[in-house]
Design a protein around this ligand. Structure first.
Ligand code: NDP
Length: 412
């Protein structure tokens, strides 16, 4: 398969565009579409300024409302794109997926579908929307790879590697730990769209424990780990898409997700939340103005993309896996370290966008070469993990493993 249509023009799309350009000898022509064509053009300009295109080829910006399925199909056909990387807002997933099903293009995304009217839906998340189209994908021979960012995405591959390689006879638990030890220099900012970011934390926190869903409150359960490079870090149990798919596809009784937050972030978040400023329900001011508090907060916070130039420090995201081997208890940590400044230097984005944006491009390459062109809908843990980890080692997201034999690069 050749030619890629990137949908969305935010921080992650910027990374996807640069990385597609670096591999356009395999991927073919590259098109970028979002509602605001100027944002797409800025990305095109930045790819050209950095000279990221590996060989001569098309790189074009387009205006598209991806909720319009007919318009999305028309653009897929016009650009002859056989692969679509959807890194737009999670509200557009189901429309873009439908356009792919009807045109036969391969589909990739990095987040679960969300309905703008429902905050923090309950598990089973993928079954609420995406998996309902599984049969349709299979009937039409459409390859759809769900959640192929970093988390979800790489961490699913790490889980698959832990279970399918020879590390354990039995895996008891997978704890996905996501630490951003970076510093953006602002009093308070979110690393991606505040609306999406806060939605992750305002509802219930779900985890998979003893083969059942367990419900907690946000910031109720925490852990502290001494992690490679970033050192001692506290993280909090958080609900996340991949817990659902991993619990479905891998026979592991305990799967949890932990996200690192500093005390300052939690304090500010709690104040905003307790005052009702994270609410999506409109309120009327004394002057008769109707406002949505969350939209106001979003409007006054720094634009996540603007954080990139001054972001310093590193991220550490990985899977801490525990189980038994030859009757002995054992644990391994499979992880990646990324650097905000290096990401900015290479593609003009901060590290969070970088870790999310590189994996879907690796996935597109594996679809193009046929290794991942499976003609059905899958989550990342269902696909061969070895080529993905190996490819990403060479694309800027190296994987390492820490176990009883030490801490070393992981390649197969
Ligand atoms: P941004 O909010 O910066 O960008 C979202 C883009 O979506 C905007 O450029 C917007 O463009 C576009 N968009 C929204 N609605 C439409 C529409 N109807 N039609 C066309 N385009 C639309 O997000 P990020 O770049 O930070 O993140 C992108 C995705 O990646 C999100 O889904 C996010 O949840 C996910 N993500 C995944 C991670 C992972 O590791 N798995 C980590 C970080 C993010 P415009 O305004 O021009 O329409």
């Amino acid at each position: 398969k050749r030619n890629v249509l990137i949908i969305g023009a935010g921080g992650v799309a910027q990374v996807v565009a640069h990385k597609c350009a670096q591999h356009n000898d395999i991927l073919g022509n590259i098109h970028i579409a979002s509602r605001t064509v100027e944002k797409c053009q800025q990305i095109v300009d930045s790819v050209q300024e950095k000279g990221s295109l590996k060989t001569a080829g098309d790189l074009q910006a387009h205006a598209l409302d991806a909720l319009d399925i007919a318009a999305t199909k028309a653009l897929i056909n016009k650009t002859q794109s056989q692969m679509v990387i959807n890194v737009g807002s999670p509200f557009i997933n189901m429309s873009v997926l439908q356009a792919c099903i009807e045109t036969g293009a391969a589909y990739m995304d990095t987040a679960i579908h969300e309905d703008p009217d429902k905050i923090c839906e309950n598990p089973p998340w993928y079954a609420n929307y995406e998996w309902q189209r599984k049969q349709l994908c299979a009937d039409n021979g459409v390859t759809a790879i769900l959640g192929v960012g970093f988390d979800p995405g790489m961490v699913n591959t790490y889980a698959a590697a832990a279970v399918k390689e020879d590390y354990f006879d039995r895996v008891e638990s997978i704890d996905i730990i996501d630490i951003n030890a970076g510093n953006h220099g602002h009093y308070f900012a979110t690393n991606f769209d505040p609306e999406i970011n806060f939605r992750e934390f305002t509802g219930r926190v779900w985890s998979w424990q003893n083969n059942a869903w367990v419900k907690n409150k946000m910031f109720e359960v925490k852990r502290t780990d001494d992690l490679p490079v970033v050192g001692i870090q506290t993280s909090y149990m958080t609900g996340h898409d991949e817990i659902h798919s991993l619990s479905h596809h891998l026979d592991v009784p305990n799967i949890r997700f932990w996200m690192g937050f500093g005390e300052h972030y939690i304090n500010v978040f709690n104040v905003l939340n307790n005052l009702g400023l994270l609410s999506e329900q409109p309120v009327k001011t004394a002057e008769g103005l109707e406002v949505v508090p969350l939209k106001v907060v979003k409007a006054i916070l720094p634009d996540p993309a603007s954080l990139a130039p001054n972001y310093t420090g590193k991220t550490c995201i990985g899977d801490l896996v525990k189980g038994t081997k030859n009757g002995q208890e054992k644990e391994i940590f499979i992880y990646n370290i990324s650097d905000h400044e290096a990401a900015y230097e290479e593609v003009g984005s901060q590290g969070i966008s970088y870790t999310a944006g590189v994996p879907p491009v690796a996935a597109a390459i594996l679809i193009a070469t046929g290794e991942w062109d499976v003609s059905r809908m899958v989550n990342v843990e269902e696909l061969p993990h070895r080529p993905f980890i190996n490819l990403l080692n060479d694309m800027g997201l190296p994987t390492r493993i820490k176990d009883e034999d030490g801490d070393r690069p992981l390649h197969f």
